[in-house]
Design a protein around this ligand. Structure first.
Ligand code: ADP
Ligand code: MG
Length: 144
């Protein structure tokens, strides 16, 4: 889809968030300013999170409580190797079946998400307020 302002990106996230269930992982890909945090905020709202939602750039992970599920909002900006992500304990969050995980800068830990049943979202900057958003969902069992 093409998003023409931050609000439409947040609405896209909201609608996605409403459909998510515990154990779901959403991997957000895209450069700085492409709208990953805006989209993550929408997902949080869709899950019933009412607190402010910002990039957990320094804390790496921020946990929220939604209506039915917890949400782990993870930012891999400062964790740029698979080893560092493992040391940080990423697996713990990814394996929590009572929470949704949203990962910003997912491209940085692609090998760790390769085997997971992940909803992949690619955001890119088109111009000023315009962003392209592409969503790819890979089925649990894969194409075997
Ligand atoms: P990221 O987390 O990818 O670095 P942010 O979501 O923090 O990006 O920031 C996106 C910035 O771009 C915000 O300042 C937002 O207001 C602005 N913006 C402009 N147009 C859009 C759009 N269509 N979708 C999302 N953000 C947009
Ligand atoms: Mg961000």
């Amino acid at each position: 889809m093409v998003s023409i302002n931050p609000e439409s990106t947040e609405t896209f996230g909201f609608q996605l968030g409403q459909k998510l269930n515990g154990g779901d992982i959403v991997a957000l890909h895209g450069d700085l300013g492409s709208g990953k945090t805006v989209l993550a905020r929408g997902i949080a709202r869709g899950l019933g999170v009412t607190e402010p939602v910002a990039s957990p750039t320094y804390t790496i992970v921020q946990e929220y409580t939604g209506r039915q599920w917890a949400l782990y909002h993870i930012d891999m900006y400062r964790i740029d190797t698979v080893e560092a992500a493992e040391a940080f304990g990423l697996e713990y969050y990814l394996s929590d079946q009572s929470a949704i995980v949203v990962v910003e800068w997912a491209e940085r830990i692609a090998p760790l998400l390769a085997d997971e049943n992940v909803i992949r979202v690619y955001l890119s900057h088109v111009e000023q307020d315009v962003r392209k958003i592409e969503m790819v969902t890979i089925p649990a069992s894969g194409a075997e």
